[in-house]
Design a protein around this ligand. Sequence first.
Ligand code: NAD
Ligand code: UD1
Length: 338
Amino acid sequence: MKVLVTGGAGFIGSHTCVQLMSAGHEVVIVDNFCNSKPETIGNIEKIVGRPVHLYRNDLRDLEAMRRVFAEHHIDAVIHFAGLKSVPESIQKPLAYYENNLGSTFVLCQAMLEADCKRIVFSSSATVYGNDNPVPFKEGMPTSAINPYGYTKVMIEQFLTDLSAADPAWSICLLRYFNPVGAHPSGLLGEDPNGIPNNLLPYVSQVAAGLRSEVIVYGNDYDTPDGTGIRDYVHVTDLARGHLAAVQYVLEHNGTEIINLGTGQGTSVMEIMEAYSHACGRALPYRIASRRPGDIAVCYADPEKARSILGWEAQKDVGQMCSDSWNFAKNRYEVAPSS
Ligand code: NAD
Ligand code: UD1
């Protein structure tokens, strides 16, 4: 099959392209590189040994999207492209609503015109908001507490409405928990611009010596060690989940919402310990106050992914940290220790 991957040069998209191509599928990437680097495309090709079709354009450019669908018979779309920083979304709500909603509307318009109605969308555990009890299950009410989260809630609703109006649509809304790790080759990984907001990229920069210490946001939560608990999931496990989801939308109609998480919670201090083990030295840290908007505990009920997609996460936190460190060492050119 031929799959259009929007945002295919990004962190999760690049790993998914490798997964799809390794399974024998063809991939067409649309990316404007606003949060990724063109070199990633070469690294995908190096890993799989085949070229990808790349369109360097903005998803909001309808004419360009029409061209993509005119030049390729697309069987299904995986829609990763979007802006994803929570603090930035609070500072620049217009940019976030405009990019995330606008690009989805233009994409769906181009899909409709090409009669391609199968799509897998990158949603987030953020849509469970602050009031649901863990583990989070797909049927729970959704809400948001920042513009980024609202874009996910709104796009989920928009896509659900689309398939309610036209049963020919087949839509899978994947709610990721905390994607981390990197490709075992060390060629693909998470490399955010500026100061990382998320824990693992920050810890990897401390381990690489780019930053002096990890700032632990709160040790007074009602958790065993007082630090926040999250469901970290290896990005290559997520990539397998997308392959299963795209096969699912080819065979079913309607809308399906599926969590992609491990079902296991890990605290910030447990991550620090696992990462220290991976990089071979204790990492400096400092306890700070809680980060506004954070919840104490977040983890998935992964049962639906297992029963509907036959998908289960396989890699543990130790593997996530060692693959992340392997990528960071390459990326930040850390000299081997003597
Ligand atoms: P990423 O920023 O690495 O990748 C997104 C890609 O989309 C980038 O390559 C960027 O250049 C591209 N892009 C953005 N807007 C575009 C536009 N208008 N036109 C063309 N290309 C555009 O992010 P990621 O971590 O790979 O996340 C992928 C998706 O998954 C996002 O929608 C994100 O919100 C969602 N998600 C991510 C996480 C996470 O922790 N990484 C968690 C939950 C959900
Ligand atoms: C964040 C986003 C969420 C998004 C998810 C995946 C916020 C408030 N939430 O979730 O919307 O879907 O990323 O992209 O940004 N931590 C530290 N020090 C740090 C960074 C984080 O102690 O420097 C702690 C946090 O308090 C949390 C845990 O580490 O307990 C994980 O944080 P992070 O990686 O930012 O992910 P989330 O907060 O789960």
